[in-house]
Ligand binder design. Structure first.
Ligand code: AMP
Length: 143
């Protein structure tokens, strides 16, 4: 299955945050949308990605003061992205190898057109396997 198919069913919404936003604002955004990561954008371009894991990792070092830090201080600046014609299998491999659970989808010009999470990958894999199973059961039933 292609990533474009996943985006068609889940939509193209991507929660974005400015690098200058505080971690407190980031947490509000994650809670509001019930998500685990936001893409950091500067003047419309991707500047990084920040997930709940970055918040947890930095909590030990900064304690409560973390809430007032800028998102740019805890984000990952080198963002792994994919194109809409990547396959779900490609993305599952990338997520496993790089230990990331979110991959922004970009067009040929590098513009953000969606995001796929590990939850989306698992959901799509399950529905593929279910439909293969139903086909096989149907095939066996006709013999
Ligand atoms: P996650 O598993 O997505 O919560 O993120 C784990 C770590 O990888 C965090 O430090 C994130 O900032 C980073 N990360 C998440 N997604 C990406 C991505 N697509 N590209 C680069 N780093 C990422």
């Amino acid at each position: 299955m292609l990533i474009v198919t996943v985006l068609r069913s889940k939509g193209d919404f991507v929660a974005t945050v400015a690098p200058t936003a505080t971690v407190r604002e980031l947490l509000d955004l994650l809670a509001e949308h019930r998500i685990g990561a936001a893409v950091v954008t500067r003047e419309g371009a991707i500047a990084g990605i920040v997930s709940e894991r970055d918040v947890v990792r930095n909590l030990g070092e900064h304690g409560g003061g973390l809430l007032d830090l800028a998102v740019s201080e805890i984000m990952t600046a080198e963002v792994v992205t994919c194109r809409r014609d990547a396959t779900v299998e490609d993305l599952a491999r990338t997520m496993t190898e790089r230990r990331i659970r979110h991959v922004p989808v970009v067009d040929d010009g590098g513009a953000l057109i969606g995001i796929v999470s590990i939850g989306d990958v698992v959901k799509s894999r399950i529905s593929e396997l279910e439909s293969e199973r139903n086909d096989l059961v149907g095939y066996i039933g006709t013999r």
